[in-house]
Design a binder for this molecule. Structure first.
Ligand code: DGJ
Length: 339
């Protein structure tokens, strides 16, 4: 009998070891490959969870990074190619779904012409209209245009039809994000007043326009890269300071009402090596993980300003201890962090 059980034991152990080795992981700051084996190309991205799948939209940056020295600041850019879309059931394995929104090459005056700037696309789903709505930062190469662009689609993977650009509530709009509250109302957060002030603007019921209700937040504090989430009935906004493509220290703010007032929490939410530089990265989105309690992933871009295509992703868990939120560095981690 012993003779029979021993090989079985060895087999079981080998099985366990294999299973452990196969545990998927997030490895912040490394090159992440899609299911075709290509580096994931979705910068300044945003996530949408719809019908059992996560969709990751981002700036599809391919080719040379250029700088117009006459601008006098580090306005590094790549040509506009479009907004990429990846899908995943588990957040580890990402399938490239192609470009959800594509550049318009034959009209030099179009917001999506390759010579322009398209950044930080975010997509939300409108339950009433059944449409997927994308808002993005559209700009001229000198960043003076400072507008929000809006596109719409029947499918999460696109194609999205570009509708227009606008200055929401008559103000500049650069770094931006969207947030849909539990009541279905959607809000546009955008760096306005030449980045000095963060506007929070309620959208119309179809999510296509500003409703006219908005608030000015963090005046003269120059917050960029807003990433908004709701935890335990309160609203949180992770953001960066304003230093071009270079990293700076993050801040976390909280509010009982989404339109404010917002209060910046003391201290740095990031913890660990290089936390004072947000781990050499900049916030782009905070994702609530489906099916797990109090599980949020803070998502950042580690920009490579001289080679923007090869900028990397830093995803980290939001740690919640006694109602206090922090973002600890981890060389590698997975969703078991939340269990
Ligand atoms: C910082 C912003 O967060 C980025 O999205 C990009 O607009 C750069 N500035 C450009 O310098």
């Amino acid at each position: 009998m012993k003779k029979l059980l021993f090989p079985l034991f060895i087999l079981l152990c080998a099985g366990c070891a294999r299973q452990e080795a196969a545990l998927p992981e997030f490895v912040p700051g490394q090159v992440w490959l899609d299911t075709d084996g290509n580096p994931i190309n979705a910068h300044g991205g945003g996530m949408l969870y719809h019908d059992g799948l996560y969709y990751w939209y981002g700036e599809y940056k391919v080719g040379e990074t250029t700088l117009d020295p006459s601008l006098g600041w580090e306005a590094y850019r790549t040509e506009v190619i479009g907004v990429s879309c990846y899908s995943s059931a588990d957040l580890y394995n990402w399938k490239f779904e192609g470009l959800a929104l594509t550049a318009v090459e034959d009209d030099p005056n179009h917001d999506l012409h390759p010579t322009q700037v398209v950044e930080r696309p975010k997509v939300i789903y409108n339950e009433r209209t059944g449409k997927f709505v994308m808002w993005m930062h559209v700009d001229s190469p000198d960043y003076f245009k400072a507008c929000a662009g809006v596109a719409i689609s029947d499918n999460p993977t696109g194609p999205f039809e570009y509708l227009y650009s606008l200055r929401p509530n008559g103000e500049m709009s650069r770094d931006q994000t969207l947030f849909v509250d539990d009541d279905g109302r959607a809000y546009h957060f955008y760096s306005a007043e030449d980045n000095a002030t963060m506007y929070i603007s309620l959208l119309t019921d179809d999510y296509l326009l500003p409703s006219g209700t908005y608030t000015r937040n963090f005046p003269d504090q120059y917050r960029e890269a807003p990433a908004v989430f709701k935890y335990d009935g309160r609203y949180y906004m992770l953001s960066s300071g304003c230093s071009g493509w270079d990293p700076n220290v993050a801040e976390l703010a909280v509010a009982d009402s989404i339109l404010g007032p917002w209060e910046t929490l003391p201290g740095n939410p990031c913890v660990g090596p290089d936390a004072d530089k947000t781990f050499y990265a900049q916030s782009t989105f905070v994702l609530k993980v489906e099916g797990l309690d109090n599980a949020y992933i803070a998502m950042f871009d580690r920009w490579n300003k001289l080679d923007l295509e090869n900028s990397l992703y830093v995803w980290l868990p939001v740690d919640i201890q006694g109602g206090k939120l922090s973002i600890p560095w981890a060389d590698r981690w997975n969703l078991s962090y939340f269990r």
